[in-house]
Design a protein around this ligand. Structure first.
Ligand code: PEP
Ligand code: MG
Length: 756
């Protein structure tokens, strides 16, 4: 079924429907007023690619593309999008989309206007909201138009910025898919955005920006919105700033038109006190629902408030960053000539050479360390924004594109200066204060320290906080940025899927040495990036369905349920040659001195598997007295017989809660029909975890977790209390998890002291 109703999806469906749609579904469930709609899910795009057979052409165009070559990137992007738009959607898929649209129109008795938006399944990750701003088609009406725009959204998976972003992040283009949301349009009289808490300091202050007409004018920075600040503790409106809203976007005969507002209307306050109160209430409900501050898009039609979108705010400072910023701000700036004032949209101070650009075609002008000055940034300018030392714009408020992206990138920004592109000229040296919203002439330094300040020490925890890695090319950056205590899970499946053919095909073709070398080269990237910190390499966990699409993967057995099938250590031992190849690659690393690598066996269910794997490792010459050898505990069997497994001479275990949860609760982790039952904190799962940790501790075996739950603060809190030795989180969660671990450890010590 290619179409799902928004009311039927929730956060567990992200891989299928994308972040945007999952969010809307969540809101509907929490009884937040969201316009009705449906989503054409990510499977449908895949099916479209497969049935129309256009994949080969698309992915071959992307091979070896140098994404820094902006011109070439643009050309290939256009070519791919044309291929997609010209392909005919297979009949049954098209009919399902048409039928869903007809249903959406039923209540209204006429063809309704809808917004058709892409909902990317990878780009919408919270740490990448700037890349998630993909295609949106407004005022779409009629079945033919809807079908056409769905195809256009599919094409948006290959915009230059999406291609660039994936290349940067090391994602494979073949792995990503896209969902498309079709949602009834609110013909807004007023609209805007709202941060339910302050986007940088996290204070309980709701910041609302509002304009007349459709909301797109805010994000695009077309107008400077009103800004209202509501103190959620004092329960009152503490600041009202009326923006000059020279234009509004509105719908006329199905077209979005830009209407000029007369000066009186342009300076009129948009929201009444009651409307603000209503928005704050909804904002608080949404924040409560998600458990963290949100960035919300809203609209008002005929007096009714709708929530159009909500995503987590990812730019709030940590406590240490906030303290540092406060100290910095106290120091103030040296005297300097002020050239411009605007809104301090992203904190920080930077000095550099001005580069004024008026469109994405000019982004090549901006070099590393320049000050990017423009009317308003667009998503296509992101590569240049990354290179810039600071960003200054004429237009926009706290939630315009420039503000959101620069906060995300950690680049200082001043927006809404009205005349930056006039006042600032190419080549001028200026200093940008992104906290106060000021641009100074020349180099202006912070005042010298009044007295020495003790720098805040990095957090050191007794429980090690490690990181999970799947893509060797990002290891160095992740090591640098997270300063994690090692790699608690190096999943080699992505790396193997990225090789030119199936492991068994290398073997059948008599190219085992080449396979060993390829593995060794990729593994070395990770071992080296983290050296001398430990890197636990997990041996291949290859479910048959995931490996079938590789060259030579035709022989993968067809299984009714691959999750319960030929994967993990059972497969490694049946197809011993590729397991031996992995051991040989690891041996090469150890021989070179990378004794920080460890071996971790997946999906263990019996001591004989551990014994046999150990024998093979030793027979390949691996010095198991020098390197660590351990297993994943990710089946209830392993947890229930952990006392027998530890006798096999393992150094560590790592809890694979993703699988442990699916096998304990009988919930296929890939089956969206039962996703609502998937819960890593189910008492049965927790009991297995507790038992495993307890028995391992009694036997001197190290314990760790590397499943997704290791990135969840509420789970990690419990595990640290139980006494887990290390936690391995996703790169974006490491800092947060480190803070959680430190807090729990402090609490444990305090509790002990109190009892003395
Ligand atoms: C797990 O099962 O928790 C795990 C980390 O392994 P994977 O997600 O790769 O199956
Ligand atoms: Mg697993």
């Amino acid at each position: 079924m290619p179409v799902l109703w928004l009311a039927d999806v929730d956060k567990n469906d992200v891989p299928l429907v994308g972040g945007k749609a999952a969010n809307l579904g969540e809101l509907l469930r929490a009884e937040i007023p969201v316009p009705d709609g449906f989503v054409v899910d990510a499977r449908t795009f895949r099916e479209f690619i497969e049935k129309t057979k256009i994949g080969e052409k698309i992915y071959s165009l992307l091979q070896d593309l140098d994404v820094e070559d902006t011109e070439k990137l643009d050309k290939i992007s256009k070519e791919i999008r044309t291929v997609i738009e010209n392909a005919k959607i297979p009949g049954e898929i098209e009919e399902d989309i048409r039928e869903a649209y007809r249903k959406l129109c039923e209540d209204e008795g006429e063809e309704v206007y809808v917004a058709v938006r892409s909902s990317a399944t990878a780009e919408d990750l919270p740490d990448a909201s700037f890349a998630g701003q993909q295609e949106t088609y407004l005022n779409v009406r009629g079945e033919d138009e809807v079908v056409d725009k769905v195809k256009k959204c599919w094409g948006s998976l290959f915009t230059p910025r999406a291609i660039y972003y994936r290349a940067q992040k090391g994602f494979r283009h073949e792995d990503v898919s896209i969902a498309v949301v079709v949602q009834k349009m609110v013909n807004s009289e007023k609209s805007g955005v709202m941060f339910t808490s302050h986007p940088v300091t996290g204070e309980k202050k709701c910041i609302i920006e509002a304009i007349f007409g459709l909301g797109e004018a805010i994000v695009s920075g077309l107008v400077t919105p009103d800004t209202y600040i509501y103190d959620r503790i004092a329960r009152k409106l503490v600041e009202v700033k009326i923006g000059q809203k020279d234009f509004m976007l509105t719908k006329q005969d199905g077209k979005t038109v830009k209407v000029k507002l007369d000066p009186e209307k342009a300076n009129e306050r948009v929201l009444s006190d009651e409307e603000i109160e209503r928005l704050v209430t909804l904002g608080e409900l949404i924040e409560e629902h998600y458990g963290k501050p949100q960035d919300v898009e809203w609209a008002i039609e005929k007096g009714k408030v709708y929530i159009v979108q909500s995503r987590p705010v990812t730019t709030i400072r940590t406590k240490e960053e906030a303290e540092e910023a406060e100290r910095e701000a106290e120091r103030g700036m040296e005297e300097g000539k002020i050239l411009l004032k605007g809104l301090g949209a992203s904190p920080g101070i930077a000095t550099g050479r001005v580069k004024v650009i008026f469109s994405e075609k000019e982004i090549f002008k901006v070099q590393e360390g320049d000050i990017l000055v423009t009317t308003m940034t667009t998503p296509d300018m992101v590569p240049a924004m990354k290179r810039a030392a600071a960003i200054v714009t004429d237009e926009g408020g706290m939630t315009c594109h420039a503000a959101i992206v620069s906060r995300e990138l950690g680049v200082p920004a001043v927006v809404g200066t009205k005349e930056a592109t006039k006042v600032l000229k190419d080549g001028m040296i200026v200093t940008v204060d992104g906290e106060k919203g000021i641009v100074y002439e020349g180099r202006v330094e912070r005042k010298k320290e009044p007295k020495p300040v003790v720098a805040s020490a990095p957090i050191i925890t007794a429980t090690e906080v490690k990181v999970n890695i799947s893509i060797p090319d990002v290891a160095e950056r992740v090591a640098r940025e997270t300063n994690a205590d090692g790699v608690g899970l190096f999943r080699i499946e992505h790396m193997v899927l990225g090789l030119e053919k199936h492991p068994m095909k290398f073997i059948r073709d008599g190219e085992i040495d080449r396979y060993v070398d390829l593995l060794y080269e990729e593994m070395k990237k990770v071992a080296k990036a983290f050296y001398p910190k430990p890197v636990w390499i997990r041996t291949l966990d290859a479910p048959t369905d995931e490996f079938r699409s590789m060259e030579g993967g035709e022989d993968e057995p067809i299984e009714a349920n691959p999750m319960l099938g030929f994967r993990g250590i059972r497969r490694d031992l049946m197809e011993e040659e590729h397991f031996r190849a992995e051991m040989r690659a690891i041996k090469k690393l150890v021989d070179e001195g990378y004794t920080n690598v460890g071996i971790m066996l997946p999906l263990v269910t019996s001591p004989s598997e551990v014994r046999r794997a150990r024998e093979i490792a030793i027979s390949e010459g691996l010095p198991l007295d020098k390197i660590e050898f351990g297993i994943m505990v990710e089946t209830p069997a392993a947890a229930m017989i952990i006392e027998d497994l530890v006798k096999e001479g393992i150094d560590f275990i790592s809890l694979g809660t993703n699988d442990l949860t699916q096998y304990t609760l009988a919930v296929d982790r890939n089956n969206e029909n039962v996703a609502y039952l998937y819960d890593e904190t189910h008492p049965a799962v927790m009991k297995l975890i507790e038992r495993t940790i307890r028995i391992c501790k009694e036997n001197g075996v190290k314990t760790s977790i590397c499943g997704q739950a290791g990135s969840y603060p509420h789970v990690v809190e419990k595990l640290v209390e139980i006494g887990i030795d290390s936690v391995s989180a996703n790169p974006d969660a490491v800092q947060k998890i480190r803070e959680v671990v430190a807090r729990v450890e402090r609490k444990i010590i305090l509790d002990k002291l109190r009892k003395l």
